[in-house]
Design a protein around this ligand. Structure first.
Ligand code: ATP
Ligand code: MG
Length: 225
């Protein structure tokens, strides 16, 4: 008698603004896929990211508008195309309004009812996702994997008591190879004509140049990458 049951598919979910997607995102997804034995990682570019529309009051910087969703989506497709285990979902960009992780996970759960989802997030985002959303519901929809990121502390101690009652892998934290890359820095580089080669995949360098993304208004029309 065979006790073989089909193995539950393990799917990583990497949410982000991806404005632009960079090698830090790709290394995080690749490393978590290996360490957590994931069958696939789905990258999910956000819709309207309200956190990023508010500007930075502390630094006195003006609110920044995020690049069009189609550009962020296409850069994510270009960056992930060569990896057979990576794919890109449009669930967040097709939903009206702000993106909340809980909606992302509900929508993916609806199309992947039999899979175990693993939501992958960097150290900076982990803390905020679990503090301003209902983590009970989030943990019911997916397991969470927090990855290290240079310049940020990786911790979720405030959840320790609650986590004791949940399976051990409900929230795990992983040290991954450190890449001190951010989309903010890539945008600033592109805006001032500094190189983004090797910070983002080659195809994304070309896409940024072709679509003239991140140029200061006055310098739009200059075409060097
Ligand atoms: P921005 O500077 O615009 O905030 P970002 O580089 O933080 O961009 P996001 O799209 O905000 O990129 O991040 C998506 C996810 O990837 C988040 O969970 C974030 O913590 C994680 N992440 C981004 N960069 C890195 C990195 N270098 N190492 C590990 N995780 C990262
Ligand atoms: Mg960020």
């Amino acid at each position: 008698m065979s006790s073989d049951r089909p193995r539950v598919r393990r799917i990583g979910v990497m949410g982000g603004t991806f404005d632009p997607i960079h090698n830090g995102h790709l290394v995080a997804a690749s490393e978590v896929a290996y360490r957590c034995r994931l069958d696939e990682v789905i990258f999910v570019p956000t819709g309207q990211p309200w956190q990023k529309m508010t500007g930075d009051a502390e630094n006195g910087t003006a609110p920044r508008s995020v690049s069009p969703a189609e550009d962020r989506y296409l850069m994510t497709v270009i960056a992930t195309a060569s990896n057979p285990r990576f794919s890109v979902s449009r669930v967040d960009i097709e939903r009206e309004g702000a993106t909340y992780t809980v909606d992302t996970l509900r929508d993916l759960r609806a199309v992947l009812p039999d899979a175990q989802l693993y939501f992958i997030t960097g150290a900076d985002a982990l803390e905020s996702i679990l503090s301003w959303q209902h983590w009970e519901e989030l943990f019911a929809l997916a397991k969470f994997v927090g990855v290290s990121r240079p310049g940020y502390e990786l911790h979720a101690e405030h959840l320790a008591d609650h986590l004791k009652t949940l399976p051990a892998d409900t929230l795990q934290t992983l040290e991954i190879p450190a890449l001190a890359i951010s989309s903010t820095d890539c945008r600033e580089r592109a805006a001032t004509g500094r190189p983004v080669w090797y910070l983002v995949p080659d195809g994304v360098v070309q896409y940024i140049a072709k679509r003239r993304l991140y140029r200061a208004r006055a310098s739009r029309g200059v075409s060097a990458p």
